[in-house]
Design a protein around this ligand. Structure first.
Ligand code: GLN
Length: 483
């Protein structure tokens, strides 16, 4: 049943063909069988899941169930969960049990979704491969020698391996779209400010945004609709009502203008990815859309701008992990300064340290104007490029990643190579726009390729609608990895 659409699972629950407890038990059994191979979960909350499932069954019996009541779900381990370990993939928080729920977690609890566990991730969401986790790398269910993408790689792998039908993630520079692409599932990051960041451990606050993973756009719409809405506890939460992101699912694509940025096709994209992307664009044309060439002239500056701004914000956000207010404390130290230094040296992994150093440097007196201010100016130019493009088209399509999933260890010694792989995703965060990735075929080694759709602010329903129409005439999203 976990392999079915949310609509079908919900119908089966309502018709009492299956109970929420049976569904949770099935998901837990699949995790027990499949997780040792892919390491998608840091924590499995068996007791919590069975209790939540029993409560969901009671709601179903009482007729007070919502769309997600009884649906098994996994949260990225960046979201605080009351009473359940929240590690953020770090030794720093390896023993941290959050005293409260993130806004997203409480909304999904209220909806009756059944959390089965917390998923593996790059430490503090910094990474593109899930190799930066204190709890070991997550493996791609399509080929366990390959990365699942990052930083929400655990969530993407768990959905791709059919351990859960839906999962949450966060996307600061691509961490929902990129692992969705590399694992062959659908993932959406909404407009900045749509999902509350309350209780979502901060990486780069002006870029961080919660998002949704599922196999199909239709299921992503259901999950996202339950995750959003104004939250006064996050000062950047938009004062907008919750929306039904599924409202455009059945809208035909005739007349839709899809912008294809020429810079995305100029260089860097591997041939197998390009072939799948071109075929997907042809499919969209068959559905009645037209494609127009657009230009994002500053797109090439997105990587340097992002890798200044994100570390700058991270260096500030991560200062709270000092072994006193939060986090791991070294066992032996001589004085306060020694305690700070040793605790942070022991608690953080290499990539996190690199970013704290870079961030501190670009914010320091004398370099601030040259790096940080310059990057902020580029950020504005990049947002302006998108604004100009959206005067010519309704949405933008292109690759999510330049290559299919790469091998574990292949790029881990070369951070710049790793960063360059984020070329198609980071600009979207810099501009605060919504973006989605959906399966678009397979490339080298039989590994999935993702197509990215980028929309103007608040166009999530339109993006999901376009992807849903594509998924009505293709079956890439229903292909499952061999387990
Ligand atoms: N790969 C990017 C980074 O390492 C994006 C990560 C994310 O979106 N959390 O920062």
């Amino acid at each position: 049943m976990i392999d079915s659409s949310l609509k079908d699972i919900a119908a089966a629950l309502r018709a009492k063909r299956i109970s929420a407890v049976e569904l949770a038990t099935d998901s837990l059994a699949r995790i027990a069988a499949g997780n040792p191979r892919i390491n998608a979960f840091v924590t499995v909350d068996r007791d919590g899941a069975l209790a939540a499932a029993a409560a969901a069954d009671a709601r179903l019996a009482a007729g007070t169930a919502g769309r997600l009541t009884g649906i098994p779900l996994a949260h990225k381990d960046v979201f605080c969960t009351e009473g359940v370990l929240t590690t953020c993939g770090s030794k720093m928080l390896a023993n941290f049990t959050a005293p409260y729920d993130a806004h997203v977690v409480s909304l999904l609890k209220q909806a009756g979704a059944v959390m089965v566990g917390k998923t593996n991730m790059d430490e503090f969401a910094m990474g593109s491969s899930n190799e930066n986790s204190h709890f070991g790398p997550t493996r791609n269910p399509w080929n366990t020698a390959c990365v699942p993408g990052g930083s929400s790689g655990g969530s993407a792998a768990a959905v791709a391996a059919r351990l859960v039908p839906i999962a949450t993630g966060t996307d600061t520079g691509g961490s929902v779209r990129q692992p969705a692409a590399l694992c062959g599932i659908t993932g959406i990051k909404p407009t900045y400010g749509t999902v509350s960041r309350y209780g979502m451990i901060a990486y780069a606050s002006s870029l961080d945004q919660g998002g949704a993973f599922a196999r199909s756009a239709e299921d992503c719409a259901a999950l996202l609709s339950a995750m959003t809405g104004h939250d006064p506890r996050d000062s950047t939460s938009l004062e907008r009502d919750a929306e039904d992101y599924g409202r455009d699912l059945n809208q035909p694509l005739a007349g839709l203008r899809i912008g294809v940025p020429k810079e995305f096709f100029a260089e860097g994209m591997e041939g197998d990815v390009r072939a799948a992307v071109d075929a997907a664009l042809a499919e969209y044309r068959k559905l009645g859309a037209t494609t127009v060439e657009v230009s994002l002239p500053n797109a090439r500056l997105a990587i340097p701008a992002y890798y200044v701004i994100a570390p700058a914000e991270a260096s500030s956000n991560l200062s709270r992990f000092d072994g006193v207010r939060y986090g791991h404390r070294a066992a032996d130290y001589t004085d306060l300064m020694d305690m700070y230094c040793k605790s942070r040296a022991e608690g953080f992994g290499g990539e996190v340290k690199r970013r704290i150093l870079v961030g501190t440097y670009v914010l320091s007196h004398g370099y601030y104007d040259a790096y940080y201010i310059k990057a902020q100016k580029l950020r504005r130019l990049i947002a302006d490029d998108f604004a100009a493009a959206f005067r010519q088209c309704d949405l933008i399509a292109g690759p999510t990643t330049p290559t299919v999933a790469f091998g574990i260890g292949e790029k881990s010694d070369d951070p710049v190579q790793m960063y360059l792989g984020d070329i198609y995703t980071v600009a979207v965060n810099l501009a605060g726009l919504p973006g989605l990735s959906h399966p678009a075929g397979f490339g080298k080694g039989g590994l999935p390729v993702g197509l990215q759709l980028i929309g103007n602010y608040f166009s999530e329903a339109r993006l999901l609608g376009a992807a849903h129409q594509f998924q009505q005439v293709t079956d890439w999203h229903s292909r499952a990895p061999q387990s």
